[in-house]
Design a protein around this ligand. Structure first.
Ligand SMILES: NC(=O)c1ccc[n+]([C@@H]2O[C@H](COP(=O)([O-])OP(=O)(O)OC[C@H]3O[C@@H](n4cnc5c(N)ncnc54)[C@H](OP(=O)(O)O)[C@@H]3O)[C@@H](O)[C@H]2O)c1
Length: 319
């Protein structure tokens, strides 16, 4: 089969499109024909060699949509069944989705039902599930004023589409480090752009809910912009910091505010189907910003790392 293998860490040029043996099924694992996947910021990080537990060579890719090609669980996962998988060490401890086929533990494969085309479906798993979980943990409601810190990211744009689809009247602002992305942010559904300059928000507004995707690097700053009773959900780490440093919860969580988080590892088939049902019920306009094919995964990484990067980038496989 064709796959994108990384033999040593480095830039996008290390992602090698090549022929490898198709994996053989083994007890408790089934073979998935990959029809699409999103590119995630965490894969860029792993590609650079910054995920110490990941050993090379490796086929990256922490998520996929596809169909069962060979099964060891014909009852739950019959051949031809449409499926989704995210996380669970896929593309990290074992080979992932940057390939025509991927061998996955049955317990990590979620059967789904969806009429969406593969490119649209590929935009959903990790990104929309993370955005959806964050939306729940932020307890979003109709009277909220919302800020997405890291507004131009795939998760940020997905979150805004989820909020706006159900509560069109809820104002949602999105941050970027680049003023040039203002028009794109507005076109994606945000009501306004807030400039994030060297980790400091250029606004004097306050918000009920803040989705914090830059993460531990800016959480403290975000609490300067919460209203009483506000919630900050620290879901991302785009700032490349993983731990809160010199953070005094008593002083740094604003008065009467709350700090929460969400992990996409907290997933099962029923929860994922709830997300798909939400997308259908509220007619969420899920569509990837850019679509690549398997031979051009390196270009997809280049785009996502560039200053032009915006929204969700997906790769769609062959029939
Ligand atoms: N908790 C979970 O389970 C979970 C699940 C999925 C994703 N995540 C995390 O959520 C975040 C978003 O993921 P994604 O895949 O949607 O990201 P993405 O699409 O790759 O994000 C790209 C955007 O990140 C911004 N950015 C890049 N480097 C930055 C830096 N050093 N400081 C500030 N902004 C930076 C850029 O915005 P501007 O240039 O416009 O400023 C760029 O447009 C990531 O940290 C990811 O690891 C968490």
């Amino acid at each position: 089969m064709k796959a994108v293998v990384i033999y040593q860490p480095g830039g996008p040029e290390q992602l090698t499109y090549t022929d490898v043996p198709t994996p053989q099924v083994k007890p408790g694992w089934s073979l998935v024909k990959v029809r699409g996947f999103g590119i995630n910021h965490s894969e860029i990080f792993t590609r650079r060699g910054l995920s110490p537990s990941v050993k090379f060579p490796r086929i990256l890719g922490i998520e996929c949509v596809g169909v069962i090609a060979e099964t060891t669980d014909p009852t739950r996962l019959p051949v031809g069944q449409q499926v989704v998988s995210i996380m669970g060490e896929m593309g990290r401890a074992f080979d992932g989705s940057y390939a025509e086929y991927t061998l996955l533990p049955n317990k990590r494969i979620m059967p789904i039902q969806s009429q969406l085309d593969w490119a649209t479906l590929a935009a959903i798993p990790e990104t929309y599930y993370t955005a959806w979980g964050s939306l729940h943990n932020l307890r979003i409601k109709a009277t909220d004023k919302v800020l997405v810190r890291g507004g131009t990211s795939g998760v940020g744009v997905a979150f805004t589409k989820l909020v706006k689809a159900k509560w069109p009247q809820v104002p949602v602002a999105g941050t970027s480090r680049s003023a040039k992305k203002r028009e794109q942010l507005l076109a994606a559904g945000y009501d306004e752009m807030v400039l994030d300059q060297d980790g400091h928000l250029q606004t004097d507004q306050h918000f009920d809910k803040i989705l914090e995707l830059i993460g531990p690097k800016t959480v403290k700053d975000s609490f300067r912009f919460t209203r009483p009773g506000g919630i900050v959900c620290s879901t991302g780490e785009l700032g490349d910091e993983w731990y809160l440093n010199k953070f005094d919860p008593i002083m740094d969580i604003a008065p009467d505010a709350y700090l929460t988080s969400f992990s996409s590892g907290n997933v099962d088939a029923a929860r994922f189907q709830q997300l798909l049902d939400y997308l259908g019920k509220y007619h969420v306009a899920v569509q990837p910003e850019k679509v690549f094919d398997l031979a051009h995964v390196a270009d997809a990484h280049r785009y996502l790392e560039s200053k032009r990067s915006f929204g969700k980038v997906v790769v769609v496989g062959n029939d």
